[in-house]
Design a protein around this ligand. Structure first.
Ligand code: NAP
Length: 519
């Protein structure tokens, strides 16, 4: 009888309206502020490496506040990282599954113990509000707990049909060295999920963190080692994607790449990874979760107040910087004016400012570059439609942008088609449900979508015809929960890996069929 774990349960969120939780978050912010500006080495071949070439991470809420200074890898070090993980793979892959599962459960326990501290790093390095940071850390814990249990399942596969005179079984083996390339927008949860899924399956991993959020990645690698992971089963290869990325992806010993980020980078990685390199003896696997242009349909038979709230939360939570964020509201012409009338004052009432202040619902966008790009899209939107509210920067010493709603947008408009990744909502009028569905599907992406309607027939049609990986009916289109809403999109949104779902680990395993003749 092997290891058994209690049934999976999502990590409960801390309620910050309670003084005790507010106090412990304040204490964590003060503690983390005391650590700001520290230097962080790379972690390669089981040891710390310093190069002196530094990447400086700053606080988007206060652009001059330094969060951490990170030694950057160059290509020779990236090569070493892959090669050492390759040499260590046979050892790690033979570590009993129960032991790997216990190590991952140990990571969850440590994250749980230090939840407020990780929240504080998220608030300060990525500009998440308290509640968004809490959801990120809780999701990281969920991924550990969920994948630990899933690995036990793959370790006890369904019995095979038995041939007379033979004993047959199927075993799931790990692949080899994986490159983990997360985005900055869920800097903890997505990185942890991608890394622990690969590790618990028995692979070794090189983590190439986002250059916007390297400190959270360094903290996580410290935690993995503290949890008892052998020091050579993971490498931390901080550095810009354009410098070390290609080398990591194309190294002949790289067996798979697990990427979450933009369509452009995902396609490039997919193309590079597909090219056979001298000495390479496999077809590299690529798991690529990419962008979105997510729509919420507000049908004429919708509960309008619920729809307005759902659109508001989906469009402006974490400043619209979620792959699942609603960037298109497609509203029945019968409710169109009323919808805009109800939405406008709610958007204008959003409190915005530094993320460390829990009364602020919206913080800054991630960087100066992001602010510039989003402002350009606001200008494009101004020409393509009617600005209802917002449309520029907001005051403060960080990268603040006003939540923006632009109405009367045609499906051919750029702000209807292109991922903006910021607090900009395009609103489009639909004459009926058929047209609304056609507009919602008029995109290269297919990540999340929602429909507000009290008509069961229309909801059924949406279930069949709204072409997205994650469809929500009469609720917002953000906030997927591990285990409940396996996450991943269609078309240019990626390979539909369904993170946090029962099939996810299979991508990091290969099945071996063994038939033994009975003597
Ligand atoms: P990004 O610019 O594509 O970067 C993602 C990661 O790729 C970063 O770690 C980046 O490193 C790295 N990278 C860049 N160029 C590379 C190269 N040539 N080779 C290897 N790695 C390279 O995306 P982002 O701005 O971080 O994240 C936002 C995007 O992620 C949005 O499009 C969003 O929709 C998407 N996203 C999708 C999901 C999903 O589940 N579908 C979830 C979250 C986010 P550097 O930072 O060093 O450039």
């Amino acid at each position: 009888m092997g290891l058994a774990l209690p049934p999976f349960q999502n990590e409960p969120y801390s309620d910050f309206s309670k003084t005790v939780n507010r106090q412990s978050m304040d204490d964590a912010l003060a503690q983390v502020r005391g650590e700001l500006g520290r230097g962080y080495p790379l972690w390669i071949a089981g040891r710390s490496v310093e190069t002196g070439d530094m990447l400086v991470s700053t606080n988007p809420s206060h652009k001059n506040e330094i969060i951490g200074k990170h030694h950057k890898a160059f290509t020779e070090l990236a090569k070493q990282a892959v090669e050492d993980c390759f040499h260590y793979f046979p050892t790690w892959s033979k570590t009993p599954v129960d032991q790997r599962v216990q190590l991952v459960a140990g990571v969850a326990a440590l994250l749980r113990q230090r939840k407020q501290e990780f929240n504080a790093w998220l608030i300060l390095e990525s500009g998440k509000s308290w509640n968004e940071a809490e959801a990120d850390t809780a999701e990281a814990i969920d991924f550990c707990e969920y994948y630990a249990r899933q690995m036990l399942r793959w370790n006890n596969p369904e019995p095979l049909v038995q041939m007379p005179g033979e004993f047959g079984k199927l075993v799931y083996n790990p692949l080899g060295v994986g490159i983990i390339i997360p985005p900055w927008n869920f800097p903890l949860a997505i990185m942890v999920g991608m890394a622990v899924a690969a590790l618990v399956a028995g692979n070794t991993v090189v983590i190439k963190p986002s250059s916007e959020t390297p400190t959270i990645a360094a903290k996580f690698v410290e935690l993995l080692l503290e949890a008892g992971f052998p020091d050579r089963c993971v490498a931390l290869c901080t550095g810009s994607g354009s410098v070390v990325g290609d080398l990591l992806v194309t190294h002949p010993k790289t067996r798979f790449v697990s990427f979450t980020g933009s369509r452009e980078v995902g396609l490039r990685i997919n193309e590079l990874a597909a090219k056979h390199q001298p000495g390479q003896i496999w077809i590299r696997r690529v798991v690529a979760e990419m962008g979105g242009k997510d729509a919420i349909i507000v049908d004429e038979e919708a509960d309008l107040d619920a729809a307005v709230t759902g659109v508001l939360q989906s469009a402006f939570g974490f400043q619209g910087q979620k792959c699942s964020a609603c960037s298109r509201a497609i509203v029945s012409e019968k409710l169109y004016d009323a919808f805009l009338e109800k939405l406008k004052p709610k958007v204008e009432a959003i409190r915005q400012g530094p993320a460390e202040d829990p009364d602020n619902y919206m913080g800054p966008v991630i960087s100066e570059g992001a602010q510039k790009t989003i402002l350009q899209y606001m200008d494009i939107g101004r020409k393509e439609g009617r600005v209802i509210t917002g449309g520029g920067t907001a005051p403060g010493d960080g990268w603040y942008l006003l939540p923006t709603v632009i109405a009367d947008i045609a499906p051919s408009a750029r702000i209807f088609q292109e991922e903006i990744f910021g607090p900009v909502l395009a609103v489009t009028k639909a004459k009926d449900f058929d047209e609304a569905l056609a507009m919602a599907n008029d995109t290269q992406f297919g990540l999340t979508g929602a429909v507000y309607s009290l008509n069961a027939g229309k909801l059924k049609r949406a279930s069949q015809e709204f072409h997205v990986g994650n469809l929500y009916l009469n609720r917002k289109c953000t906030g997927a929960m591990v285990g409940a809403h396996p996450f991943g999109g269609f078309n240019m949104s990626g390979t539909d890996s369904k993170a946090g779902g029962p099939d996810y680990l299979l991508q990091f395993l290969q099945a071996k069929s063994i038939a033994e003749k009975m003597l």
